[in-house]
Design a protein around this ligand. Structure first.
Ligand SMILES: NC(=O)c1ccc[n+]([C@@H]2O[C@H](COP(=O)([O-])OP(=O)(O)OC[C@H]3O[C@@H](n4cnc5c(N)ncnc54)[C@H](OP(=O)(O)O)[C@@H]3O)[C@@H](O)[C@H]2O)c1
Length: 377
């Protein structure tokens, strides 16, 4: 591994980040081809919908110049054909680069280690593990979907200076300024799905789309936890029928409103309820993963935020805090507990902080000890 390997892998990771939110059910991967002179010959990142894969795009653009070059790729090339053309490991073997630098092994059993073996068998020098931690963080949704059968979860909270959430009054109440809100919309674009509880729909009547200029097409699937399907069919959520709405409801219950909601293009998604009759968070996430979702942004109110925290199913938390208090009718972010329940738990570490005008954003990541595939994340 050399400094230039790290620099080139950092560029490949920047390409991978471009596809976040667009490639599910596949991971977003970045790849570059670098000539022996150090010149970057070509770049590729996973196409929308997950195919073609990044390294296939980069090699196709490099054509004959791939021979003898170094290929950088942020995730192990796939070893399975999947009925849609050659496996990437075979595409690389045919292109004959001298070296392949791979950030992270793919835990998907159809590939795990076999992609690297196939490259080595083709006489390509394989270097593994360059910027593995960064790569694991970019691929976290895919890694968790494969190893834990659930998507990666980011909790987003917007709080006043007093640490309370403003209470909706039929429309969202903004506690932060336009720059922080624009950043929140970028978060939406980088996730496959955005999830709230029915309480947020009733209180705020939000659209839950990405409304950054030119990025409307980056709106994620909108998911509502709604046990008995009591979301009003006239909610704003249904106004933009181009962006899917999935209503997760209790399986094994009658849902008299289902038809009216389906007429508004909602997709009804039954899931299991827990011992208290609530939708189980773990089951809801497994249901989303089974439908291909790899990254979920939770933007719900205190009940849903608390349920995710209690289930220990928050991987990252992005907290925006405005300069003014939410006031006397503000809500504790975790029902009857404050932000400290997450930030002071010792389970999360702050990885990033920045200001947007008078607003402050802090970004927290769960310190994970679980599966070895994630130890770098
Ligand atoms: N500042 C912010 O960041 C922010 C963001 C969102 C909302 N809010 C505010 O939060 C308030 C709404 O709070 P809320 O707690 O009612 O909203 P919520 O957490 O989005 O929705 C709660 C509802 O979700 C449903 N749900 C289904 N399964 C659940 C589960 N396992 N755990 C918890 N809930 C589940 C329940 O309704 P069913 O029983 O009908 O299924 C529950 O009443 C509003 O005033 C809104 O303005 C603030």
């Amino acid at each position: 591994m050399s400094a230039s390997d790290e620099e080139h892998m950092a560029q490949a990771l920047a390409l991978a980040r471009r596809g976040l939110g667009l490639t599910w059910p596949s991971p977003s991967v970045g790849s570059i081809v670098v000539a022996p002179s150090g010149e970057i010959v070509s770049r590729g990142w996973t196409a929308s919908g997950g195919r073609p894969h990044a390294e296939a795009i980069a090699l196709d653009r490099a054509r004959a110049r791939a021979r003898g070059a170094t290929l950088y790729v942020t995730l192990e090339p796939c070893a399975h054909e999947g009925g849609r053309g050659l496996a990437c490991a075979d595409v690389i073997a045919a292109a004959q680069p001298a070296r392949a630098v791979v950030a992270l092994r793919d835990p998907d059993p159809r590939t795990s280690g076999q992609g690297l073996e196939r490259l080595a068998a083709a006489g390509i020098e394989v270097v593994e593990g360059v910027l593995a931690a960064e790569a694991a963080s970019v691929a976290l949704g895919h890694l968790l979907r494969v190893t834990e059968e659930r998507p990666a979860v980011t909790l987003k909270l917007a709080l006043g200076a007093d640490g309370l959430m403003p209470r909706g009054d039929g429309a969202p109440v903004w506690i932060t300024g336009p720059e922080a809100r624009a950043h929140g919309h970028l978060l939406r674009a980088r996730n496959d799905a955005i999830l709230v509880g029915r309480g947020t729909i009733l209180a705020d009547n939000p659209s839950l789309t990405c409304r950054l200029p030119g990025m409307g097409c980056r709106s994620p699937v909108r998911v509502v936890l709604d046990r008995r399907l009591r979301t009003p069919p006239e909610a704003h959520l249904f106004d933009d029928m181009m962006v899917p709405v999935w209503l997760i409801c209790a399986a094994d219950e009658d849902h008299p409103n289902a038809e009216a909601l389906q007429e508004r293009c909602a997709e009804i998604v039954p899931a299991a309820v827990d011992a208290h009759g609530m939708l189980g968070i773990r089951d809801a996430l497994e249901t989303l993963a089974s439908r291909g979702i790899t990254r979920v942004l939770v933007e719900g109110g205190p009940s849903v935020a608390r349920a995710f925290l209690d289930a220990d199913l928050i991987d990252e938390a992005v907290i925006y805090q405005g300069p003014n208090p939410a006031g006397a009718d503000g809500l504790m972010p975790f029902v009857n507990e404050g932000l400290d329940r997450l930030t002071g738990s010792g389970h999360f570490t702050q990885i990033h902080a920045r200001s947007f005008g008078p607003d402050r954003m802090t970004w927290w990541r769960r310190m994970r000890t679980c599966s070895p595939a994630l130890s770098a994340a």
